[in-house]
Design a protein around this ligand. Structure first.
Ligand SMILES: C[S@@+](CC[C@H](N)C(=O)[O-])C[C@H]1O[C@@H](n2cnc3c(N)ncnc32)[C@H](O)[C@@H]1O
Length: 194
């Protein structure tokens, strides 16, 4: 794991991975590997989550979209990072993951700034709640989705794996800059979550 900024270290301390895992996986929480959470999906590898959150540079008060909430772990970590003046919307397309993710989140979001919603058919992201200061995508895309760029605030940052490369997109006015931050494997982003 890379050296983490203090707020990120504090967030990982406040939000352990274990309660976000199915009972049968909890004994493996310390392993730095993705772990199955049901519906063919995974709770992401901790070092990958740390890398992505480092790139995202979340600040207190930010409005954040967590696309691919899965177990709810990243949603809860983001809730810690935005603090009581921010907000986080987690989106998940697999119905069966919503209950456990919401239950674990409720126990780790004392300020109640985060929620997990079922992704809507035909809609990528949450355009009705845009713009977002930060967007985290924890599933692998084939190309950079224009819909998500349109949901970014100005300025705004999007972190997303595209064709197994971690991209950091910074929007400032008409200027959209992209940088590449290493190779990562993810479950696929389903463009139409319906
Ligand atoms: C790597 S997994 C979970 C990551 C999660 N942050 C965690 O650590 O538990 C990615 C999730 O993205 C979800 N997903 C894929 N495409 C989606 C979409 N278009 N909208 C919402 N969720 C999506 C999958 O169902 C899966 O649960």
């Amino acid at each position: 794991m890379t050296v983490l900024p203090d707020p990120l270290r504090a967030a990982f301390r406040a939000v352990p991975r274990e309660p976000f895992l199915p009972a049968a996986q909890r004994g493996r929480a310390e392993i730095d590997a993705p772990l199955p959470i049901g519906a063919g999906q995974t709770n992401s590898q901790p070092s990958t989550v740390a890398d992505m959150l480092s790139l995202l540079e979340v600040r207190p008060g930010h409005r954040v979209l967590d696309l691919g909430a899965g177990s709810g772990w990243t949603t809860a970590l983001l809730a810690q990072l935005v603090g009581p003046d921010g907000s986080v919307i987690g989106l998940e397309r697999q119905e069966q993951l919503l209950g456990p993710a919401r239950a674990a989140l409720a126990a780790h979001d004392p300020a109640g700034v985060a929620e997990i919603r079922r992704a809507r058919p035909g809609v990528l992201g949450a355009p009705e709640d845009a713009p977002f200061d930060r967007i985290l995508v924890s599933a692998g895309a084939e190309q950079l989705p224009q819909e998500l760029l349109e949901q970014l605030a100005d300025p705004g940052v999007l972190v997303i794996p595209v064709r197994e490369q971690m991209l950091r997109i910074v929007r400032e006015g008409e200027d959209v800059r992209q940088s590449v931050h290493g190779a990562y494997r993810f479950v696929p982003l389903v463009e139409d979550p319906g």
